[in-house]
Write a protein that binds this ligand. Structure first.
Ligand SMILES: CC(=O)N[C@@H](C)C(=O)N[C@@H](C)C(=O)O
Length: 831
């Protein structure tokens, strides 16, 4: 029997093929894999998908599947590789130049390296000349620079210095490099006894240069605690943190972490490095129960002496909206958090200087909570004049318990004298939108802010936000609270702001059928006039895609469909009765016989997330295989106002299932579907929906593929990092109050009844399972239990477990193997 290929350059996933149409158990030597399991073996009837054509088994027999299937794998793998090669722009920075109308741009571009199973980042630079008001010229440097071993780069505010962070493995010191215009100026090595890796996770992450560019504040893992240690003489009193041949380290107490993707991370803590001396100090005065992130420097006070840091703190203490444990934070904006200010290290208090808070002398030196009364505050940004502190809030998510919801934007007028109090007035700039008027802002849904989001008037912020099924760029005047759409009203593409070039915008735009294109936007009228931005295409430095990909994509079309709610009952809020959306991708050419392509219904997870019209490698790949795609943003998705979003918790497994079926009816009614060839694909909550659909509507789907699906809430409850999610989605907002780590048998039954597993007996469709063995969100047991139960009743099942993958299954080879198998699985049952 062949072994799972695990050598370099091969594919590490373990396939656990479940014999087709058989009631027998797993092959005796295959087991639910985890990282401790012995190498898994493959059942002889199913061949590892990644076997290169021509490879042979231990017995000298061709390792394959039948020749036709092998051919299918080979041709789809080739196509998927073409799609995987398309580079993706990750970030960009613009630097002022000495010459007028010129600037310099630096782009961080990501590309997968399948063979090395790594994401590769390169830096590309460009000279930008605004040749006239209507044209811009980007002169690219001839070659990209690969950022091997670099975790992140952060330019200083003036653009004259660049911080390069290298987090090292194996307990080695973290390395900071400070680069000047043409050379490395300083290298600082920070041992693990000071702190661990610097966070670069896009959430706790925060790296901020001070105004003088002499200090950098940042978030890093706190140092490892001393562990109890033993030696020949017994207990070693001083403990042990380093390797010591004469003693051994015990485990010590287990500490709660922030769950999915954070299981190996120590608490995020705040540090400041002096780049001249190389000295690093931990910021004192922050409660041990706070995890910190997103630090920025506050403006200097009017007398120019005190320097404060403003940061976000997430408490792990019991409190309002809070359990006495840390719950998973990835994708969960409902964790309470607040903005805090603390005096920065490396400064002496001068004789005439007043402490941080006149009224709270005792508190001098401890962090002040600036946003008491608001359950959530994050992404702090100071306006250029230092008078306003602007931040986003996910209070709707925290207060309702939904893991993500409509955001609001707020402002605090920052005291010019630097005298801070925790009772600062919080002004609403953009409130939560409950039920948007047609064509109007549906509310804010932002996943990041630029580090410098300001236009030259100093009060207009540029940001990206979800608007229905698209991502748009908005301008927000934080003083007048006016908000306008910067990207074209009639564009169904998705846009993201990359950087500002004074009052011009560097952005990226894409669609399901158009890979990302760099855009340069300039304003044509007064700032207060909406929709007066013009957009220029920027020449791309890299071949955007091969001729093959180009020709596939140019044969496709897409549209955003408005799907009417099928049961607009009076008891629903107004927002929940409004149409929701689906993205439909199809071939431009009608087939000769007017037959439709097979259809894949694609369902996002969350459930409070959204499928956007931005380019997606996997959707483009599936479309190019000859499928139409129906990507449904069922009610509960982000981007449609708070009432529509909040209509779902308490009704998962019914309202969302009906929305998907209604969307399918809608396209079927328009003659766009061959009803005998419908597949369904979803991950996580999208997998919950997919497995519900094949159980509740077994005649409508001929095949399914699911990635880390939620199949049994009563099993998930005791194993996931977000048991609160199960309560809120199953029972609505009040589910928060029923939350318990020890659910009663009665609750377990209710959870079971709301789960796909309760409809299992009706399932007919063959199901492909793609599972991450390290997933803490929807642990592998959920998918495996359901797969085994299906197999028990004779339904065709195939399971691939990725031993090193977490919930996202994003490691390049795992992602590749997942989508290749989805392509081949669907082809087998749906062509
Ligand atoms: C909040 C959350 O993680 N929910 C999961 C059940 C889920 O659906 N996750 C989404 C974000 C996903 O797409 O993985």
């Amino acid at each position: 029997m062949p072994r799972c290929p695990v050598e370099e350059g091969q594919w590490p996933a373990c396939c656990i093929p479940l014999p087709i149409s058989t009631a027998s158990g797993f092959p005796p030597h295959s087991s639910a894999p985890n990282r401790h399991s012995a190498p898994l073996r493959l059942h002889s009837s199913i061949i590892p998908p990644m076997q290169v054509p021509g490879a042979v088994s231990e017995k000298g027999m061709p390792l394959g599947i039948d020749a036709a299937t092998e051919e299918e794998y080979a041709s789809q793998a080739k196509l998927l590789q073409e799609f995987s090669n398309i580079p993706i722009i990750d970030k960009a920075w613009i630097f002022k130049s000495d010459s007028a109308n010129c600037s310099r741009a630096m782009f961080s571009v990501g590309q997968v390296n399948l063979l090395a199973n790594k994401k590769r980042t390169v830096i590309l630079s460009s000279h930008v000349s605004k040749t006239s008001k209507q044209s811009v010229d980007f002169q690219w440097t001839p070659f990209p620079i690969e950022m091997t071993g670099v975790s992140t780069v952060v330019p200083s505010p003036s653009g004259s210095k660049l911080l390069v962070v290298r987090n090292k493995e194996n307990e080695s010191p973290t390395q900071l490099e400070i680069c000047g215009p043409s050379l490395l100026e300083k290298e600082i090595h920070i041992p693990q006894s000071v702190h661990g890796s610097i966070y670069n996770d896009k959430w706790f992450e925060g790296i901020s240069w001070n105004h003088k560019e002499t200090l950098i504040a940042y978030v890093a893992e706190e140092p490892s605690p001393l562990k109890p240690a033993f030696n020949d003489l017994g207990f070693k009193k001083e403990g042990c943190s380093e390797k010591d041949s004469g003693s051994w380290k015990a485990q010590g107490d287990w500490e709660e972490d922030w769950g999915e993707t954070y299981s190996k991370k120590r608490k995020p803590s705040l540090f400041v490095v002096n780049i001249n001396s190389g000295e690093v100090q931990a910021v004192q005065g922050i409660s041990k129960s706070l995890s910190v992130g997103q630090v920025v420097w506050a403006p200097l006070s009017s007398h120019g002496c005190q320097n404060y840091l403003v940061f976000v703190g997430w408490s792990s203490e019991n409190g309002p909206n809070q359990t006495p444990r840390k719950l998973g934070i990835k994708y969960c904006y409902n964790r309470p958090c607040a903005l805090y200010a603390i005096r920065a290290p490396f400064q002496e208090l001068k004789a005439n200087e007043v402490p941080i808070n006149d009224n709270e002398m005792d508190n001098f030196g401890t962090a002040i909570n600036l946003t008491r009364g608001l359950s959530s505050a994050f992404f702090p940004r100071f306006s250029p004049d230092g008078r306003s502190l602007v931040f986003l809030s996910a209070k709707s998510a925290v207060d309702s318990g939904a893991h993500s919801a409509t955001n609001s934007l707020h402002r605090i007028d920052w005291p010019a004298d630097g005298k801070l109090q925790s009772s600062l007035n919080i002004i609403d700039v953009v409130p939560v939108v409950m039920c948007p008027e047609d064509g109007c802002l549906p509310g804010l849904y932002c996943s990041s802010f630029l580090s410098d989001p300001w236009l030259s008037d100093g009060c207009t912020m540029i940001l990206s936000s979800v608007w229905g099924s698209t991502n748009v760029i908005l301008s927000v005047n934080i003083l007048s609270c006016e908000i306008s759409r910067v990207t074209p009203n009639d564009s169904s593409y998705s846009w993201d702001v990359l950087a500002l070039d004074e009052d011009n915008i560097l952005a990226v735009s894409s669609s399901p059928i158009d890979p990302p294109q760099i855009k340069y936007g300039y304003h044509t009228g007064q700032m207060d006039q909406s929709n007066t931005w013009n957009w220029l295409n920027v020449s791309s430095p890299f071949a955007r895609y091969s001729d093959k990909v180009k020709s596939f994509l140019s044969s496709l079309q897409f549209s955003i469909l408005k799907i009417p709610v099928s049961d607009p009952s009076e008891i629903l809020s107004n927002g929940a009765r409004k149409p929701y959306e689906a993205i439909f991708i199809s071939n431009k050419e009608n087939k000769m016989d007017n037959a439709c392509n097979p259809l894949i219904v694609i369902l996002h997870g969350g459930p409070h997330s959204v499928s956007l019209t931005s380019y997606s490698k996997s959707s483009a790949f599936l479309s190019s295989l000859g499928y139409n795609l129906l990507i449904v943003n069922y009610r509960g998705s982000l981007g449609f106002g708070e009432e529509a979003l909040q209509s779902l918790p308490g009704k998962v497994g019914t309202q969302d299932v009906n929305d998907v079926l209604a969307a399918l009816d809608y396209v079927t009614g328009k003659g766009l579907v061959d009803v005998s060839k419908v597949a369904v694909l979803g991950g996580s909550h999208g997998g919950f929906l997919s497995t519900h659909l094949i159980g509740q509507a077994p005649d409508r789907f001929v095949v399914a593929a699911v990635r880390n699906p939620v199949c049994n809430l009563s099993l998930m409850l005791g194993t996931t990092d977000i048991p609160d999610w199960c309560y809120v989605e199953a029972f609505g907002s009040e589910g928060k109050d029923y939350f318990s780590e020890a659910p009663s048998a009665e609750y377990l039954k209710l959870f079971y009844n709301k789960s796909p597993i309760s409809h299992l007996s009706k399932v007919k469709a063959p199901v492909l399972f793609l599972l991450g063995a390290q997933d803490l969100r929807v642990p592998v047991s959920n998918g495996l239990q359901y797969a085994r139960a299906l197999r028990e009743k004779g339904v065709e099942v195939k399971v691939i477990v990725f031993p090193e993958d977490v919930h996202g299954i994003e490691r390049p080879q795992s992602d590749f193997e997942s989508f290749l198998n989805i392509g081949v699985w669907f082809k087998k049952y749906c062509k």
